[in-house]
Write a protein that binds this ligand. Structure first.
Ligand code: 0X9
Ligand code: ZN
Length: 523
C-alpha cells in the first residue's frame, strides 16, 4: 500500500484541499488525483529511449533524468491516463504539485517584480532597467531595437524585441562578440534576471575591476534579456507559459497557443522527431522554419554580429581560430549543453565545444554534455548559431525549477553563473583554442600604485585544471610559460611581452603561481 500525503499542502493552499489517500501500488495515479488540482506534477518512469523520445517530440518535460529513467511533467487527468496507457509508470511529485497550485500573488509589501518572486523583474521592469543603464552609461551601453514581437507585429500591443549592447564606444578594432538570449521560454523565471544582472555587473564594475574594464574595451557583449516578451507577460502572471503568444496556432484564446521558439530555428528544422507539428503542443515547431518574428529577429541579429566561420556541409568544421560565443539561457536542470541537438553525432568542432563547455560548467558544477544526451531536439537556437555560422553555441539550464525561489537565485544561481558568463565573454576571441589553455586568475600588483620608474611585483595563478569533470575528464597539461604585456593586449601585432617565472622555481604542474617584476620606466 502507498500512502499519498498531500495533506500538508492544504494548510498552505486552502483552495487545494487534499485528503491523504491509500491505494495499492498497481492502482493508476488518477485514482489518487488530488481534489481541486487541475494539473498535477508527476514523475513518469519510462523503459526505452524510444519511449522517451516519442514523449519529447510531443511535449516539453520539466526535466529528464536519463540515469533513473524518468521525466517530470505537469499533466491533467486525461494526459495522465494517456501516459499510463503509453507504458509510463506515474508517481505524483508532491512538492512540485503543491508549488504549481499556489496562486501567484503580490505578497505583503511587494510592489515590484513577478508576483511572489520579487527578485525577478517583469518585462516592463526589465526594459526600464535596460533603458536606464543605456542612459547612465552612454559610452558603454546601447539599447537596440531588433524587431517586433508577434503581438506587436500583428497589432495586439506586444513589445519591441530589444538587445542591450555593451562595449566601450571609444575603443575601436575588431571586437569579438558574446551574444546571450534569455527567457525564450517564458516560464523560465531565473534566466532573464541572470542576464540583466550580468549587464549591471559589467557596467557597475567598469573602470574599477580590471577584467570587466578589459572585457568592455576589447569585446562586444549583446544581451537579449527578454527574447519572448509576449510569452513572458503571460508567464509572469504565474502560469506555465512556454511558447510565444501567436494566436494563429491552437486558437486565439487558448493558453496552449503559440510556437515553441526553441523548435522554430531554421537549421535542420523539424528534421528528427525532436519537435511537434501539432499546434497545441508545447514543442510546436511552427508552420515553416523561422516563421516566428522573434526567431527571425534573433537569426538576423546573429548573422549581423557574427562572421560565418563554417562551410555548408554538416561535417564542415569552423576554423579553429573562429571567434564568437553564443549562450541561450534556459531553466532548469543544472546543465551546460552544446550542439548538436538534432543528432548524437558529435559536431565537427565537438571536442573544442566540449572543452569550453567543461570550463563554463566549472563555475556552477552543472553537468556538461552534448545536447542529445538530454534528448533529441530540432530547430533549437544553439544548432542554428553553430550550424549556420560556426559560432561556439551553448544552452545553460539554470537551477532546479521554473518558478525558482528568490533565496536560491540570489545565493546560488546568480553568484555561480556570473563568473561563468564572464569566462564566456573572455573566451569569445578564440573559443575553440583559448579554453584548452590555462586560465589566468588572481592577478595582483604590489604595491597597487607606483610612481613612474619604480618597480612593482606582479603575481598571478595560471591554472589549467578548472574543468567540470563529472561527465568525462578533460586532459590538462603542465604550464609551460607565462608572459604579460602592459597596456597593449597580447593578441595585437608588435606587442612587447615580458616573461613571468614560476614562484616555486619550475614550470611543471597544471597550476602554477607566477611572478614578475614590472619595470614602469616611461609609463
Ligand atoms: O527542450 C528544450 O528546449 C530545452 N529544455 S527546456 O526545459 N528549457 O525547455 C533543452 C534543449 C536541449 N537541446 C538543445 N539545446 N539543443
Ligand atoms: Zn527552455
Amino acid at each position: 500500500m502507498r500512502s499519498i500525503l498531500l495533506a500538508a499542502a492544504a494548510a498552505l493552499v486552502p483552495a487545494f484541499a487534499l485528503a491523504p489517500v491509500s491505494l495499492a501500488a498497481d492502482q493508476p495515479v488518477v485514482a489518487e488525483w488530488p481534489e481541486n488540482a487541475r494539473h498535477v506534477v508527476v514523475r513518469a518512469f519510462y523503459e526505452t529511449d524510444e519511449q522517451l523520445q516519442n514523449f519529447v517530440a510531443r511535449t516539453a518535460p520539466w526535466k529528464v533524468d536519463r540515469r533513473k529513467r524518468y521525466l517530470i511533467v505537469d499533466v491533467d487527468e486525461q494526459q495522465a491516463v494517456a501516459l499510463q496507457a503509453g507504458g509510463f509508470r506515474l508517481e505524483i511529485d508532491q512538492a512540485r504539485t503543491v508549488e504549481l497550485n499556489i496562486p501567484a500573488s503580490l505578497a505583503g509589501a511587494q510592489r515590484n517584480g513577478i508576483p511572489g518572486f520579487s527578485c525577478y523583474r517583469t518585462v516592463s521592469e526589465t526594459y526600464a532597467a535596460a533603458e536606464a543603464l543605456a542612459m547612465a552609461y552612454p559610452d558603454l551601453a546601447a539599447w537596440v531595437d531588433i524587431g517586433d514581437s508577434w503581438e506587436k507585429t500583428n497589432g495586439f500591443g506586444g513589445a519591441d524585441l530589444m538587445v542591450l549592447r555593451l562595449t566601450n564606444a571609444n575603443t575601436g578594432g575588431d571586437k569579438p562578440a558574446l551574444f546571450t538570449t534569455s527567457a525564450i521560454h517564458a516560464r523560465e523565471y531565473t534566466t532573464a534576471e541572470l542576464n540583466t544582472r550580468f549587464a549591471e555587473y559589467l557596467l557597475q564594475n567598469y573602470g574599477t575591476d580590471a577584467d570587466v574594464t578589459w572585457l568592455l574595451d576589447y569585446h562586444e557583449i549583446h544581451l537579449m534579456l527578454q527574447a519572448n516578451p509576449d510569452g513572458r507577460r503571460q508567464a509572469q502572471t504565474g502560469i506555465l507559459w512556454r511558447k510565444n503568444a501567436n494566436q494563429n496556432y491552437c486558437g486565439a484564446g487558448s493558453q496552449d497557443r503559440g510556437a515553441d521558439l526553441n523548435r522554430n530555428f531554421e537549421y535542420e528544422w523539424g528534421c528528427c522527431n525532436g519537435s511537434s507539428g501539432s499546434q497545441c503542443s508545447t514543442v510546436y515547431r511552427g508552420p515553416t522554419p523561422g516563421s516566428e518574428p522573434e526567431v527571425a529577429a534573433i537569426q538576423a541579429y546573429a548573422r549581423s554580429i557574427f562572421d560565418d566561420a563554417r562551410g555548408p556541409n554538416a561535417t564542415d568544421a569552423a576554423s579553429a581560430d573562429a571567434s564568437g560565443v553564443y549562450i541561450d539561457i534556459h531553466s532548469f536542470s543544472e546543465l551546460v549543453l552544446w550542439p548538436w541537438g538534432y543528432t548524437p553525432t558529435p559536431a565537427p568542432n565537438g571536442s573544442a565545444l566540449q572543452t569550453l563547455g567543461r570550463r563554463l560548467a566549472w563555475f556552477t558544477g552543472y553537468n556538461p554534455q552534448q545536447a542529445t544526451e538530454l534528448y533529441i531536439t530540432d530547430g533549437t537556437t544553439d544548432d542554428f548559431i553553430y550550424g549556420d555560422l560556426g559560432v561556439a553555441a551553448y544552452t545553460y539550464e539554470l537551477g532546479t525549477t521554473f518558478f525558482q525561489d528568490c533565496g536560491t537565485f540570489e545565493s546560488t544561481i546568480l553568484p555561480d553563473n556570473l563568473p561563468s558568463l564572464v569566462y564566456a565573454a573572455k573566451s569569445a576571441r578564440a573559443p575553440y583554442l583559448d579554453p584548452s589553455g590555462p586560465a589566468v586568475v588572481d592577478v595582483s600588483l604590489s604595491p597597487a600604485a607606483v610612481a613612474p620608474g619604480e618597480s612593482a611585483t606582479l603575481t598571478a595563478t595560471v591554472d589549467d585544471s578548472r574543468f567540470e569533470n563529472r561527465n568525462g575528464t578533460e586532459p590538462t597539461q603542465p604550464i609551460a610559460s607565462a608572459s604579460f604585456s602592459v597596456d597593449t593586449p597580447l593578441w595585437e601585432d608588435g606587442v612587447s611581452t615580458s616573461a613571468l617565472s614560476a614562484s616555486d622555481g619550475s614550470f611543471n604542474t597544471s597550476s602554477e603561481s607566477v611572478t614578475a617584476t614590472v619595470d614602469t620606466t616611461g609609463l
